[in-house]
Design a protein around this ligand. Structure first.
Ligand code: H2U
Ligand code: ZN
Length: 343
């Protein structure tokens, strides 16, 4: 039998129904490409130039209130709009399968400031404050998910300029859409199939396996587990899974919300410690669709997708084979887990 540590191989992602290529023998290849200078972090607690700080004017012209805790507002440059005329666009011959199709998509985009403090980050906030962010995510999920024409609520955070964050002030975004986005509809199909076949959630079964094997688990508390998934694409990609199968953040109990705050602080702290830099990433929660149906198959989880590969300055590029063939990684998920554990 071949070994996962020595030989090129493909791994299956049962959650997204995709394969990835792993090339563990390739970690020693030289790098003379792009080397980025790590940004130095010398932020003041309040920045008069910051459009997210309390009391400041935003570029849209509105002024932020003098907020003290979590602050949520409608995105002034929203990618989706609530009022879009419904309808499908089909162009071409009427007797052939349509090749030019489009349909109107409605939605609502919001921005969420985690703290009034410009110099903070999720990893630096204390647990009661992170807990208020979790509560705000829950409230936003219910509020946006309950609005007419909304079928899904995507909560996410882009952290660091490398990942497209437009501002270092601790903040995230929430996009509520009419349709299910691509990755969510794939996860819905795989989780439904697993639940129909076994009566258990896919991630519940996966978590049990990972806790037994231990190799890819980074940290855990009584309510949540953080691990590098067997099928991770990004070098230090992680998955945060609730121990109890719940479909969404609003379904979390008080102690589970505290547990979520705790695991978020732990994983982001480990990221920052890895290369001794404010670790960039895109993270977000995958929750059940908000279609009014029960979703016993859906198991709440968060994905962290950080771009860094081997230092604070050398990043993984998803180019070439990744773009044209399928995702490829060099260090194994097991190595990445050992590094994140501090081994
Ligand atoms: P990102 O850092 O992840 O890009 O999020 C910041 C969001 O804030 C971005 O989507 C919005 C941008 O549209 N924004 C406002 O709503 N008002 C502003 O005055 C500036 C930026
Ligand atoms: Zn600010």
């Amino acid at each position: 039998m071949f070994s996962l540590t020595d030989h090129p191989h493909r791994r299956y992602n049962p959650l997204s129904d995709e394969w990835i290529l792993v090339s563990p023998h390739r970690t020693k290849r030289p790098w003379q490409g792009q080397v980025e200078v790590p940004p130095t972090d010398t932020r003041p607690p309040h920045d008069p130039e910051c459009y997210l700080c309390p009391g400041n004017e935003r570029s849209g012209g509105l002024r932020n209130p003098d907020y003290q805790g979590v602050f949520v507002f409608d995105n002034d440059f929203a990618a989706l709009l609530p009022d879009v005329p419904a309808g499908e666009y089909v162009a071409g011959r009427s007797d052939a399968p349509p090749l030019l199709r489009a349909y109107a998509e409605r939605g609502i985009c919001r921005v969420i400031c985690f703290s009034p403090r410009h110099d903070m980050a999720l990893a630096m906030l204390d647990l009661p404050t992170i807990r208020t962010v979790v509560d705000a995510w829950a409230a936003q999920t219910l509020d946006l998910g309950g609005q007419a024409g909304i079928g899904y609520v995507q909560i996410f955070e882009n952290r660091g300029a490398m990942m497209g964050a437009s501002n270092p002030h601790p903040h995230g975004q929430i996009w509520a859409t009419g349709s299910l986005p691509l990755h969510v509809s794939r996860e819905l199909a795989t989780q439904q199939a697993h639940f129909a076949a076994t009566g258990r959630t896919l991630l519940g079964d996966y978590l049990e396996l990972e806790l037994r094997l231990g190799e890819r688990v980074i940290c855990a508390n009584a309510q949540f587990v953080a691990l590098v998934p067997f099928w991770a694409v990004w070098p230090f990609e992680t998955l945060i899974v609730s121990r109890r199968a719940v479909p969404d953040i609003p379904a979390l109990t008080k102690s589970e919300r505290a547990g979520l705050a705790d695991i978020l602080k732990r994983i982001t702290t480990r990221y920052d410690a890895l290369f001794n830099v404010s670790f960039p990433y895109s993270m977000g929660f995958h929750q059940s669709p908000r279609d009014g149906a029960a979703h016993p198959e859906w198991h709440l989880h968060a994905h962290f997708y950080p771009p860094l590969l081997r230092s604070a300055t050398v990043r993984k590029f998803m180019v070439g084979f990744e773009l044209l063939g399928e995702p490829q990684r060099d260090i194994t998920p097991e190595q990445a887990a050992a590094w994140l554990k501090g081994g």
